[in-house]
Structure formats: C-alpha cells, structure tokens
Ligand binder design. Structure first.
Ligand SMILES: *[C@@H]1O[C@H](CO)[C@@H](O)[C@H](O)[C@H]1NC(C)=O
Length: 197
C-alpha cells in the first residue's frame, strides 16, 4: 500500500469540500438569498459555524498536511531512511483526528438544523421557528407558514443538507486517513521514495 499517495488524494478531495462548506455557511447568513434585517432574523445554527470552521477552516490544515506527505524528505532521521516518513504519517493521524472532530461537529449541527427547521417571519410578523422535530420535512403544506424570506425553507434545507453530506464525506475520509496513517507509521510508506539513491 502506498500510504503517502493515498493521503495526497485525500488532501486534494478535502480542499474543494472545505470550500463548499465555507460557502454554504456564508450563504446561510443571507436567509433566502437576501441580507437579513437583523442578526436575530438568521437561523441560530448558522452562527454555530459548523461549515465555516468545522468543515471549513479546521479541514484546511489536515488537507495541507496530507498533500505534503508525499513530498516529505524521508532520508534524514536517525540514520533510518523511512523514519522521517513514518513520523510524517504519525503526525497526519493527529491532523486527521482534528479533521474528524471538525467535520463531525458540522455534521451534528447540520442534522440538528434540518430537524429544527429554519427561523422565519410568520404572517403575524413574528420571527420564530415554526417547525419542530422535522415535521415540515414530510408535509410541504406547512412550508407556507414561513411568510418571509421567500423560499427560506428550501434555502435552509438545501444548504444544511449540503453541509450534512460534506461533513459525512469528510468524516469518512479523515477516518480513512487515521487508519492509513497508522499503517504508514507502523510499516513505513511502501512507495520506495529512496529507491533511486
Ligand atoms: C400538513 O400540514 C397542514 C398544516 O399544518 C395540516 O393541516 C395537514 O393536516 C398536514 N398534513 C399531513 C399529512 O400531516
């Protein structure tokens, strides 16, 4: 198994996912696609920053570390050709664990937000959460309880669903890298990076 190459693939996949998550979280601050009048008009879960921090910024570090693994100098440590590489794989486990926690956090926040539904303006002008326990998911007639902003339920559902999926994929990828990193740390990277010397 070529654990360094595998990690590089993970790194390349994680970057676009992190960017999608950051964009989704930013869009959630514009309910229905328009700037909110007051910050209290915005669904609370947007401020938990699951997409911006958990699946976004926290994921950039592991992604960069994974990307760099392939190029780590493996010939300089304790006279052991593979020990530098092994150390790199070992540190990648820690970063993968950070990514796992961040993505898991975003996943949980998104699940809670989907279950709770969006904050919106009712016909009486109050801003509140009209739904509970995901009841609106199976009954589209209820969506009209949200009078403003236009299309807020679709907006909320689309963006948090994307964050849910991104978080799940990131959790799986980082879990893979924890296992891959363990293999790499124990067995060394079997790509033979020093073979040419
Ligand atoms: C859907 O919601 C509407 C409005 O709350 C309600 O009148 C209707 O009975 C619900 N339909 C179902 C199938 O639960």
């Amino acid at each position: 198994m070529c654990s360094g190459n595998f990690a590089k693939c993970l790194g390349i996949t994680l970057i676009p996912l992190a960017i999608i998550a950051i964009l989704c979280n930013i869009l959630l601050f514009f309910p229905g696609g328009v700037p909110a009048g007051k910050s209290t008009d915005i669904t609370n879960e947007a401020f938990y920053l699951g997409g911006l921090v958990g699946s976004g910024l926290l994921m950039i570090f592991p992604a960069l570390v994974f990307l760099g693994l392939k190029n780590n100098d493996c010939c300089g440590c304790c006279g052991n050709e593979s020990c530098g590489k092994r150390f790199a794989m070992f540190t990648s486990i820690i970063f993968a664990a950070v990514g796992l926690v961040g993505a898991g956090y975003s996943f949980i926040v998104s699940a809670v937000a989907i279950n709770r539904g969006p904050k919106c303006f009712l016909s009486d002008g109050n801003v509140t959460y009209p739904f509970s326990e995901g009841d609106y998911l199976s009954n589209k007639t209820m969506w009209s309880e949200c009078e403003k902003p236009n299309g807020i339920v679709t907006w909320h559902l689309t963006l948090f669903s994307m964050l849910l999926i991104v978080g799940l994929v990131q959790v799986v990828l980082c879990a893979f890298q924890v296992i891959n990193g363990l293999f790499g740390a124990i067995c060394g990277d079997c790509c033979g990076c020093c073979a040419e010397s």
